[in-house]
Ligand binder design. Structure first.
Ligand code: PHE
Length: 469
């Protein structure tokens, strides 16, 4: 049978924008600032940067290499090299499903806040927190915005790789960057902004615990879209002449750059207005409008621009999550793209509704001690992605032929990668040990013990039944 030509990215820039679009998302602008705020600021940021720049880049090169080598998405890529690792790919598809269980909810909030910026949200700063609380705990409104956000995802992914995802990324990513620069510029020029910069950049390791390390590792994987086959999938559409290490470096630098920029946009202003950094997941939605409200008329515009940027960032990430599931159905089940997207999207409608309602109507319903939203969030961020990254490193370091890796990464010897051995040994030895230590330390000290046991059990079950997957 003749092999069908695989869909390819339209251009180098298109791929970079799509991969960076996947990486840069709510993880950078919504999650990174509040994680940094909750974990004491600078120390968390330093640990996060170390993980992103050492572990992150190495894993990203590995994912690109495996994806392009096999020309298959996560499950097929693992399976075609070593059947015993099929479950690692399936774990990735499951992670994508679970992240899509809560991600569109926050994407919907962002979309809603574009409009709320214009309709009185900023008129009374004292009640902005109450408005957010009232909004996310109500039943109809957030579900409606979530569904609109999800529909946008389905429409983009249904159009395929070059037509939909790539085009969206190419236009929306640069827009986002410019918007963030604008807001950061405003933030650092406020009187009293210095305290926020100190909080971000003056190291204070006194509050660091095992949890801080696990949080930073989970954040690095989440933010870089690693540990769940997303970059394997994107790599599978990558042309044979692309330079994998330099693409990974650029994507990682862009992603960490945007996270830091988001921090610089938020914390100086936050301190300038005398607010507390550790406000949790509501940080962006409660504090940012408050900051803008205090700016007067122009604040309305800034606020709307900010939430457009957040929505855009979320969208280019969530399409990559939907693509992971879609590509699995296309590659492994032989389905048509449209059927795959609509089926996966349909299930996400259900998980999204449950997740959104868990903030209010269904707040009494818990699984392993947490609501539906937290269930999806904690399970993926605190365990699945880290274990996914661990499995990938073990797979690449110990089960893939070193010569094949060198051949793939140097494009058959046509380009140089002077750090090949450094990269290889990092993946083979350093990363598995590092992730294992961080995961054990973190999982032991985490509050949600039964959820962690459940997560590990799921991975165990997948491993046992891997041959059937
Ligand atoms: N990296 C995305 C973000 O920061 C989220 C994501 C995780 C996307 C995993 C794809 C895969 O928002």
């Amino acid at each position: 049978m003749e092999k069908k030509q695989r869909e390819n990215w339209g251009s180098r820039v298109g791929f970079l924008m799509a991969a960076a679009g996947s990486a840069v998302g709510l993880g950078n602008i919504w999650r990174f600032p509040y994680m940094a705020g909750d974990n004491g600021g600078s120390a968390f940021i330093i640990i996060y940067l170390a993980f992103a720049l050492i572990i992150g880049i190495s894993i990203m090169i590995s994912e690109f290499a495996i994806g392009r080598r096999t020309e298959l998405a996560a499950v097929g890529a693992y399976k075609s090299i070593n059947k015993n690792f099929t479950f690692a790919g399936v774990l990735g598809v499951l992670s994508a499903f679970f992240i899509m269980g809560f991600y569109p909810v926050v994407g919907g909030w962002a979309l809603a806040y574009v409009f709320k910026s214009f309709t009185g949200l900023l008129s009374n700063p004292a009640v902005i927190g109450d408005i957010f609380g009232g909004f996310i705990t109500s039943s109809f409104e957030p579900v409606m915005w979530m569904l609109i956000f999800l529909a946008m995802n389905i429409a983009i992914v249904a159009k395929g790789i070059a037509g939909g995802i790539e085009k969206a990324g190419k236009i929306l990513m640069p827009t986002l960057f410019v918007l963030l620069l604008l807001i950061a510029g405003r933030s650092v020029t406020l009187p009293g902004a210095g305290a926020g910069l100190d909080f971000l950049f003056k190291p204070d390791f006194s509050a660091v615990t095992g949890q801080t390390y696990l949080a930073a590792l989970g954040q690095a994987f989440f933010s870089l879209s690693l540990g769940m086959g997303c970059m394997i999938t994107y790599g599978s559409y990558l042309g044979k002449s692309e330079n994998l290490p330099s693409n990974a470096l650029i994507v990682t630098l862009m992603d960490t750059g945007v996270a830091l920029l988001a921090g610089i946009a938020i914390f100086p202003a936050l301190f300038a207005f005398g607010m507390e950094p550790a406000v949790g997941a509501g940080l962006v939605f409660v504090v940012v409008p408050q900051i803008f409200a205090a700016m007067g008329g122009i604040g309305t515009l800034f606020s709307a621009i900010f939430f457009v940027a957040l929505t855009v960032a979320a969208l280019t990430s969530s399409v990559s999550l939907l693509e992971v599931v879609t590509a699995y159905l296309i590659d492994q089940r032989g389905w048509e793209r449209k059927k795959s997207v609509y089926t996966a999207g349909g299930i996400m409608v259900v998980t999204g509704i449950l997740s959104s309602l868990s903030m209010g109507l269904m707040s009494g319903f818990t699984m392993f001690g947490v609501g539906v939203f937290d269930f999806f969030d904690i399970l993926t961020d605190k365990i699945f992605l880290a274990i996914g990254g661990l499995l990938l490193a073990i797979f690449v370091g110990w089960f893939v032929d070193k010569k094949d890796l060198e051949d793939e990464i140097t494009n058959g010897g046509t380009i140089k990668f002077g750090l090949f051995n450094v990269w290889y040994n990092t993946v083979k030895y350093v990363i598995p040990v590092a992730i294992l230590i961080v995961a054990v330390m973190g999982i032991i000290s985490i509050e949600q013990t039964s959820l962690m046991i459940f997560g590990l059990a799921v991975i165990g079950v997948l491993a046992i039944f891997s041959k059937k997957l």
